[in-house]
Design a binder for this molecule. Structure first.
Ligand code: GLN
Length: 471
């Protein structure tokens, strides 16, 4: 399909589903005329490659990833109207592969949240049930794929912000290994946890985008040199064995299936595990003993890093500035007005745990426990487990407002996802069925830099479930 047709289709779909502020509020910034004009831009370094691996693909990008032609506001007032003078490496690679960025998507402010309700531009709604949240913080990107506007979108992950909304919206969401994708141009939340991730309508769509954006980058020294396989080649070849996962060991960690787990979510996971067995894999009970410490550890480390990273939004360098009587008053007025309640809460928490009297008691201890969580995964994988399977989230999409007054209840929604960020391992969510009409996601976690193995399991499970994944 020609690129003009594909982009025109995406914008028509945006209108048809009401992606803007007056309805779903999943798209923050888009500009049809400008996007169509850019398609004909012949400027060297700007032209689209019509023969690229993503030629004509219309792709949406979370609002905390820098793009040249649309604003990058991180869902925050403090960056209202800000247009980046440079673009993220991941975005540049998409463009060089022939893809077109059609929209910047709504998200929790600076990625802090699990529902896209902490956006300064208002909450987003789940296209499958508009009384419910799409998950977060990359809720807009998940919803844009679920609504059929784009086949793929970029999001970001610090503690589950791609996988959890993928689960809530019934799409595929991938968080790569820490270091697999350059963070250049991703506005920092918690640098030791942040990764750009990918949403796709299918495993193949997500795999195809990840293989384009992954790989070393001279602009990010933490982007790993490891060679990037062709992830789409992980799909079982047509007509191949009926047991494409023969020899694979799938770990089932007891801590992710606690007695209190919603029994219908458990039933969906058990059905997926039966599929793995039918595909030839062995399902093995394992333990990841420090799982229950992931949320407390995450909510020390992530706010600590955020309090430092967000110091740059001071009214001098970017965006909003409110004058005051002197420099301190200007800082205070700007930051008080510019940041929402959740961001302010994180900055306070982070400043507290890093302060001289509490650093050892909280921050240092959290780092030590983080090491234990990473060690749990290493031990499991060293024992012969190839991938780990869990529910992605303890609930399906909840109603708007259900958790906004109780931050701790909101934080607990990341209980099954934050571990992979703390350990740096790759993980993804894919649809495994529905409960009361709402999507349930299954999570596959793999060893560092073994996204190809993760995709192999995901491709096989997706094919085996077929339509059942969406029923
Ligand atoms: N929900 C988690 C938080 O609020 C994770 C967010 C994310 O992954 N960006 O911090």
């Amino acid at each position: 399909m020609s690129v003009e047709r594909e982009v025109g289709r995406a914008f028509a779909r945006m209108d048809a589903v009401g992606a803007g502020a007056d309805h779903l509020n999943i798209v923050l910034w888009s500009d049809r005329e400008r996007t169509l004009k850019l398609l004909r831009d012949e400027t060297p370094g700007r032209a689209l490659d019509p023969a690229g691996p993503l030629a004509s693909a219309a792709i949406a990008v979370k609002d905390n990833i820098a793009t040249l032609d649309l604003p990058t506001t991180c869902g925050s007032r403090i960056l209202e109207g800000y247009v980046s003078p440079y673009e993220a490496t991941a975005v540049r690679r998409l463009r060089e592969a022939g893809a077109v960025v059609i929209a910047k998507t709504n998200c929790d402010e600076f990625g802090m949240g699990s529902s896209t309700e902490h956006s300064a531009y208002g909450p987003a709604r789940n296209p499958l049930d508009t009384t419910r949240v799409p998950g977060g913080s990359s809720g807009g990107s998940a919803a844009v794929v679920a609504a059929g506007i784009a086949r793929a979108a970029l999001g970001s992950e610090t503690g589950g912000s791609v996988r959890q909304p993928a689960s809530f919206c019934g799409v595929v969401g991938v968080k790569p290994t820490y270091g697999r994708v350059s963070r250049y141009g991703l506005v920092a939340f918690a640098s030791s946890l942040d990764q750009i991730g990918v949403f796709g309508a299918s495993v193949a769509d997500a795999a195809g985008v990840l293989e384009v954006i992954a790989g070393a980058d001279p602009l990010d020294s933490t982007a790993a040199e490891n060679q990037v396989p062709r992830y789409r080649d992980s799909a079982p070849q047509g007509g191949s064995a009926s047991q494409p996962l023969a020899g694979m060991v799938v770990g089932k960690p007891a801590e992710y299936f606690p007695p209190a787990l919603d029994r219908r979510i458990r039933a969906r996971c058990d059905a997926a595990l039966d599929r793995f067995r039918a595909l030839g894999a062995e399902v093995r009970d394992i333990s990841l003993a420090h799982t229950d410490l992931a949320i407390p550890v995450y909510y020390i480390i992530a706010p600590a890093e955020a309090s430092s990273n967000l110091a740059r939004f001071d009214g001098v360098r970017y965006g909003l500035r409110l004058e005051g009587d002197g420099l301190r008053a200007m800082y205070e007025a700007t930051r008080t007005r510019g940041f929402g309640a959740e961001v302010t809460r994180r900055i306070l928490l982070g400043t507290y745990v890093l302060s001289a009297g509490y650093y050892d008691a909280y921050y240092r201890k959290a780092q030590a426990v983080r090491t234990l969580i990473a060690q749990d995964f290493r031990t499991a994988f060293a024992s012969g487990v190839d991938v780990i399977f869990t529910p992605t989230a303890p609930t399906t999409a909840f109603e708007l407002g259900a958790k906004t007054s109780d931050p701790y209840a909101m934080y607990l929604n990341d209980i099954f996802t934050a571990t992979a960020n703390l350990a740096g391992v790759p993980a993804m969510s894919l649809p495994i069925g529905r409960v009361d009409g709402l999507p349930v996601g299954g999570q596959i976690i793999a060893p560092h830099f073994e996204e190809d193995v993760m995709f192999r399991a995901a491709f096989a499970l997706e094919r085996s479930l077929g339509e059942e994944a969406h029923r």
